[in-house]
Ligand binder design. Structure first.
Ligand code: MLT
Length: 395
């Protein structure tokens, strides 16, 4: 007789972005003539850069010729791509070797899949408000969750709690949803804490491309001690517009060992069992991101999203409302006016200004009272949304 994973019944009824998409569909059914300004989910609005498109075309053509055709690619990634990513780190002075890079189909997949490395009895520490996949993946695995609250009082950057005993620690910087980014001193506190507790940090670095401030590390491996306690999970989704194309990478240092087990060897074993890797064509597209041309072109796109951030923060400054993010992150986390609830403000913005945001409560109870705006929206839509928000909230 089959026994089902009962932990599914502990999940919220639907995933946050699924619930929002349903609300939007309903709104559009009721108001067919209205177009929406989409600043909800962090999905990119600009196309892949020309270097990536050229590489994708070339790779497709290679697959059509017997001489250049590729069947299976290594489960841990095309060696060319692994080497290019390692060089990308080395250029920033971070010594990552090719064999420490694992190519993936994206950060969200990895953030859940990596839990396979740890016994279900190891509790996960999650800073809340949090990207909902951390919580949901831990709930599905039946793992105990130790929540740490990020609040206005700690600038949404809480410090570790010495009295707790986590096994896994999820950190995300620049943070989704709050946009707060950890400086070296704060991140070092977490690294030292993890080493002291013999815990492993799953460091979600999906938004590093938005860091402007030199005091904020681009990689956890810039910090002493990180190689014995951290795994870094990166994505090309937000850096290079791969949300629909799917490619990312995970860094596991060779010397990361717990209870006599080597995490890099375990992950290699896991990947060779559970996946045949990312498609050859997509990996060739990803490789182009790490060329000189690719790096220059993605910066042009990123500068559009950064400009969106400036437009929106200027509007919020003019309104005098409290917010975090938007400077080293593509998200702006805004306090709801007049103490209103986040779903109430979500509905108001949708009904009265046709702006889609993300209600903070969807990122956990400590997110209640805030809403999140994504800067990945179309630039004209962002200008218009800033204008409408100013008009609406000035009233
Ligand atoms: C978000 O809006 O939080 C992200 O885009 C979701 C994701 O990356 O899966």
């Amino acid at each position: 007789m089959i026994h089902m994973n009962r932990h599914y019944s502990d999940l919220k009824e639907s995933y946050l972005f699924f619930r929002i998409a349903e609300k939007i569909r309903e709104y559009q059914r009721m108001h067919p003539g209205k177009s929406l300004l989409r600043m909800g989910i962090g999905d990119v609005s600009l196309p892949l850069c020309p270097a990536v498109i050229t590489a994708l075309h070339e790779a497709v053509a290679m697959q059509g010729e017997k001489k250049t055709f590729h069947g299976y690619v290594s489960e841990t990634g095309d060696p060319l791509l692994r080497a290019a990513i390692a060089r990308h780190y080395q250029k920033r002075g971070v010594d990552i070797r090719e064999e420490e890079v694992f190519v993936s189909s994206g950060a969200s997949d990895e953030l859940g899949d990596l839990l396979d490395l740890f016994d279900a009895a190891s509790p996960a520490m999650i800073i809340e408000p949090a990207y909902p996949a951390y919580v949901d993946a831990s709930v599905i695995a039946g793992r105990e969750i130790l929540f740490v609250s990020a609040k206005e009082e700690n600038h949404f950057l809480p410090l570790p709690d010495e009295t707790s005993d986590p096994g896994i620690i999820y950190l995300c910087s620049p943070n989704n949803p709050t946009g707060a980014a950890m400086d070296r001193i704060t991140l070092q506190r977490w690294v030292d804490y993890a080493n002291g507790k013999d815990a492993v940090i799953l460091y979600d670095a999906a938004y590093v491309a938005f860091i402007n401030d030199p005091s904020i590390p681009h990689s956890i491996f810039e910090l002493p001690g990180a190689r014995t306690c951290a795994i870094e999970i990166c994505s090309l989704s937000k850096t290079a517009g791969f949300t629909g194309t799917r490619c990312g990478y995970t860094i596991i240092p060779k010397e990361l060992e717990k209870e006599g087990m080597n995490l890099s060897k375990m992950w290699t074993r896991n990947r060779t069992t559970k996946t045949n890797g990312v498609s050859f064509v997509i990996q060739r597209g990803a490789l182009a991101v790490f060329t000189e041309e690719g790096q220059k072109e993605i910066q042009e796109t990123l500068s559009v999203y950064r400009a969106n951030g400036r437009v929106f923060t200027e509007a919020l400054d003019a309104l005098g409302v409290y917010y975090t993010g938007g400077k080293n992150a593509p998200y702006i986390w805004v306090k709801c006016p007049e103490g209103k609830g986040s779903w109430e403000v979500f509905d108001e913005l949708l009904e009265e200004a046709q702006i889609v945001c993300t209600p903070g409560q969807g990122f956990g109870e400590s997110g209640e009272g805030y809403i999140r705006f994504s800067m990945f929206a179309d630039p004209d839509d962002t200008i218009e949304a800033a204008r409408r928000l100013k008009a609406l909230w000035k009233k």
